[in-house]
Write a protein that binds this ligand. Structure first.
Ligand code: ACO
Length: 431
C-alpha cells in the first residue's frame, strides 16, 4: 500500500537530467519504474542489477516471516519456538499451507488425507530398483519425485483447485515413502510399506528401520525428535529451493516436476547439503585440540566453515538454538558422538573470533542437525533427504501462493550482456 504521497523517492538521471518520482510500497520500489529512465529513444531503459537476488523481493508472501537481525522466524505469525514446543509436523504443514491452525475436525481430516496417500504405485518401486546399488538417495529422490508426475497426469491442471489439493496430499504423504525406499535400497534391505496406524514421523521411522517384527513401535522420544526436526525444516521463505519451486512452477508444469527442481536446489552443499559437509569437516578436524589450527583455514576466504553463516540471519539462527537442545536430548539416549566435542569447541572458538564476529557468522540449522542424524543412525547421504521431506510442505505452500497470485508471471530475469556482438562467421578451415 502507498501509505502517503510523500512515500516516494525522487530519482534524477544525471545522463539526461530527467527526474522521476518512484512510489515506495511496502518498503520496496518497483524495478519496472526505473525503465522510464532512458538515455535516448532507442535505449531499453534502466534495469536493476542484482545477482543472486540479495536485495530483490520476488513476490508478496504471507507464509513465513523472518527478521534476520533479530533472529525471528514465524510461520503465518506463529513463532518457530512455540511450534517446535507445542505443534506436530502435520499440524504445522497445515498451518503453512492453509494459513491457519486447523481445528480438531480439520486436523483429523488432514491427517486422514495425508495418511491415505502414503503408498506409492508399485511401478515407482520397480523404477527405484533400476538405480545403481550405491546411488545417492538424494539423486533417487529427485528422480522419483519427478517420475510421480507420470503416474498422475491430471496434476498438469495447476489451475484446478481440486487437483492442487490432491497433489498437495500426495506430495506430503509420499515424500517419506520415497525417502525410506531410497534409504533401504542403498542398504540392500527389503522395502517396508507404510504403516498407516502410526504418526507421520513414526511411520517414517518404521519404513526406515522395521526388520522382522510384525509391527514396528517407534521410540516416543525419537519419534518426537524427528517430528520437531521436521517442524524446524518446514519452510524458510524465499531460499534457493523455494525460489526454484516458484521459478520452475511459474512456467506451470505439474508440482511434482517443480518439486524435483526444488529438491535438486536443496541438494547443493551451500543449501540442504551443508549438514553433510559439516560432518565431513568435523571428521577432518578429528579432535577438539585441532580446532584452532583449522579455524585459521576458514578465514582466508578459500574455505567455508560449513554450518556457519546465513544469507538472512545475521544474529543467530533460531532453529540452530532449538536443534542444539534436541542434540543434547538425543545424545543422552544414544552412544556418545565422537564429533560432538569437536563441534562444541569449533562453535566456541568461532564465536569468539573477530573474523566470524565481524561478518556476523553464527551456527545455522545445519551445524548440529548432522550430528543428531548420525547419532540416530543415518548415513550422511540421507541428511539432505531428511531435509527435503518436511520442506516439501513449504515448497507446496510457496507454489500454491505463486499459482494463485495475479501479480506473478513466468519467472524470467534480465541480463547485462557482456559478450561480443555482430561477428562474421569464420569457416572452420580459417580458424
Ligand atoms: N565460513 C567462512 N567465511 C564465511 C562463511 C563461512 N561459513 N560464510 C560467509 N563467510 C564470509 C565470506 O567469505 C564473506 O567474507 P568477505 O566479506 O571477507 O568476502 C562474508 O562472510 C559474507 O559472505 P557471503 O558469501 O556474502 O554471504 P552469503 O549471505 O552470500 O552466504 C551462506 C550465506 C551461503 C549460507 C554462507 O554463509 C555459507 O556458505 N555458509 C556455509 C554453508 C552453510 O552452512 N549453508 C547452510 C545455510 S542454512 C540452509 O541452507 C538451511
Amino acid at each position: 500500500m502507498l501509505d502517503s504521497p510523500s512515500n516516494t523517492i525522487t530519482v534524477t538521471d544525471n545522463r539526461t537530467g530527467r527526474t522521476i518520482q518512484v512510489p515506495i510500497i511496502d518498503g520496496t520500489v518497483k524495478a519496472m519504474d526505473f525503465r522510464q529512465l532512458r538515455e535516448n529513444d532507442d535505449d531499453f531503459g534502466l534495469m536493476v542489477y542484482d545477482p543472486a537476488f540479495t536485495n530483490t523481493a520476488s513476490c508478496r508472501s504471507a507464509i513465513t516471516y523472518i527478521d534476520g537481525d533479530a533472529g525471528i522466524l514465524e510461520h503465518r505469525g506463529y513463532p518457530i519456538e512455540q511450534l517446535a514446543a507445542k505443534s506436530t509436523f502435520l499440524e504445522t504443514a497445515y498451518l503453512i499451507i492453509y494459513g491457519e491452525l486447523p481445528n480438531k475436525a480439520q486436523l483429523a481430516q488432514w491427517t486422514h488425507d495425508i495418511t491415505y496417500h502414503t503408498f506409492v504405485h508399485e511401478g515407482t518401486r520397480k523404477f527405484m530398483e533400476g538405480f545403481h546399488h550405491d546411488a545417492h538417495p538424494m539423486g533417487m529422490l529427485i528422480s522419483t519425485v519427478a517420475a510421480l508426475s507420470t503416474f498422475y497426469p491430471e496434476a498438469q491442471n495447476v489451475d484446478d483447485a481440486h487437483s492442487r489439493e490432491i497433489q498437495t496430499h500426495r506430495l506430503i504423504a509420499k515424500m517419506p515413502t520415497l525417502a525410506a525406499f531410497a534409504y533401504r535400497s542403498g542398504r540392500g534391505l527389503p522395502i517396508v510399506y507404510p504403516d498407516n496406524d502410526l504418526s507421520y514421523s513414526g511411520n517414517f521411522l518404521s519404513m526406515l528401520w522395521k526388520m522382522s517384527e510384525s509391527k514396528y513401535t517407534p521410540n516416543p522420544v525419537l519419534e518426537r525428535a524427528m517430528d520437531v526436526l521436521f517442524i524446524l525444516h518446514a519452510d524458510h521463505e524465499q531460499n534457493c529451493s523455494a525460489n526454484a519451486m516458484r521459478a520452475v512452477g511459474s512456467s506451470r508444469p505439474d508440482p511434482y516436476s517443480a518439486t524435483a527442481a526444488a529438491t535438486a536446489a536443496l541438494y547443493g552443499p551451500l543449501h540442504g547439503g551443508a549438514n553433510e559437509q559439516v560432518l565431513r569437516m568435523l571428521g577432518e578436524i578429528g579432535s577438539p585440540d585441532r580446532v584452532l589450527e583449522f579455524v585459521k583455514k576458514f578465514k582466508n576466504g578459500d574455505n567455508r566453515l560449513m554450518g556457519f553463516g546465513h544469507r538472512v540471519y545475521k544474529n543467530f539462527d533460531p532453529r540452530g538454538t532449538i536443534i542444539k537442545g534436541i542434540a543434547d536430548e538425543i545424545l543422552d539416549m544414544t552412544e556418545p558422538h565422537p564429533l560432538l566435542d569437536v563441534a562444541k569447541e569449533l562453535e566456541r572458538i568461532a564465536l569468539e573470533d573477530d573474523y566470524f564476529i565481524k561478518r556476523k557468522l553464527y551456527p545455522n540449522v545445519d551445524f548440529y542437525s548432522g550430528i543428531i542424524y548420525q547419532a540416530l543412525g543415518f548415513p550422511v547421504e540421507m541428511f539432505p533427504v531428511l531435509f527435503a521431506i518436511p520442506r516439501t510442505a513449504g515448497w507446496i505452500a510457496q507454489w500454491r501462493e505463486m499459482i494463485t497470485d495475479p501479480e506473478q508471471k513466468i519467472a524470467r530475469p534480465r541480463q547485462v550482456y557482456t559478450g561480443e556482438r555482430q561477428l562474421d562467421y569464420v569457416p572452420l578451415e580459417a580458424r
